[in-house]
Design a binder for this molecule. Structure first.
Ligand SMILES: [Zn+2]
Length: 319
């Protein structure tokens, strides 16, 4: 395939990423608050005016408005365009590394040249789903809210069921039938173990969760009054959701990428978090970042070095 066409493909994937990122902003805001993600359409929380479609264009819309509502001038958080830009980058970056390179990041795969085989696109979509879910989880944790169970269950369900129909989605252990079940099981176990092994951050997370629960309880009467007007209900957060929140990212990585991925991402994210903690201590005034944010970045990193990691550490290879 010619170079120009490759660039066009990367660009196109980036554009799709912009739309997905814009949708993710809606999901991250509305789902944990028990609101519908379809209705009502995007509107300004202050003046209630609908946002014009051309101001809703990912990243560019915010720049056009210079970060303020067109009607009332209310400040719009720069987080929205930043999330959209991040998702654009993930879509474009992974398209280059995984699809255009002919599977150049996948372990034990003969590189495809010229024509891009369909299974590469399927693997790309499979990995994007994992990354997008992890981005959503990290953003929701940044907001000190709980990742809704439907996001967790939906992601894990697709992660488990899709390889039944298309075994090549698991490059490791896809050689013989049924190996992926063992892989997914080991992935779940590795995810659980790594999360527990990171005990200081578990305590940190549990503390943060307790604070969140308390804050939610305190806010509820006031919120409920406010919400009743808009007919929205504050969902009750149960113990299951809390536990699922702690283990979700690594278990998802285990299900999608195998136990090797869960271990690698578990270690990588602890290193990233520690480095950031040191930088924060020195530089100060940096916002706290939840462990799930580092797990998301470590997953992206692992996907890029996957092939090299398996070459250098054959124990990470197919079982
Ligand atoms: Zn407004």
């Amino acid at each position: 395939m010619s170079d120009n066409l490759n660039w066009l493909l990367v660009l196109w994937c980036g554009l799709v990423g912009g739309i997905v990122g814009s949708f993710m902003n809606v999901v991250v805001y509305r789902w944990p608050r028990g609101m519908s993600i379809v209705q009502p359409g995007s509107h300004c929380p202050s003046c209630g005016n609908d946002i014009r479609w051309f101001h809703n264009v990912p990243v560019l819309g915010w720049l056009m408005l210079r970060g303020r509502c067109f009607d009332c001038g209310l400040k719009i958080s720069p987080r929205y365009p930043l999330v959209e830009a991040l998702v654009v980058a993930i879509f474009a970056f992974l398209a280059g590394f995984e699809v255009i390179s002919g599977g150049g990041n996948l372990p034990g795969r003969t590189l495809s040249e010229g024509h891009i085989p369909a299974d590469l696109w399927a693997i790309y979509a499979y990995h994007l789903l994992l990354l997008c879910s992890l981005v959503c989880a990290a953003l929701i944790e940044c907001d000190e809210l709980f990742v809704p169970l439907r996001l967790i269950v939906g992601t894990l369900l697709v992660g488990l069921v899709a390889p039944i129909f298309w075994p090549p989605l698991h490059p490791l252990g896809s050689g013989d039938q049924g190996a992926w079940i063992v892989g997914a099981f080991l992935g779940v176990m590795a995810g659980l173990m790594m999360r527990t092994a990171a005990w200081p951050s578990v305590f940190e997370t549990v503390d943060a969760m307790r604070r969140r629960s308390e804050a939610a309880e305190q806010q509820q009467p006031r919120k409920r009054r406010k919400r009743r007007k808009q007919q929205q209900m504050q969902p009750k957060v149960g113990r299951k959701t809390q536990l699922a929140n702690v283990y979700f990212p690594l278990v998802a990585v285990g299900v999608f990428l195998g136990w090797q991925g869960a271990v690698a991402v578990g270690c990588g994210s602890i290193v990233l978090q520690s480095v950031y903690a040191i930088i924060r201590r020195i530089a100060g005034r940096l916002p706290p970042a939840p462990l799930s944010a580092w797990q998301m970045l470590a997953t992206l990193g692992y996907l890029v070095i996957w092939r090299i990691a398996v070459q250098w550490l054959p124990t990470l290879g197919p079982m």
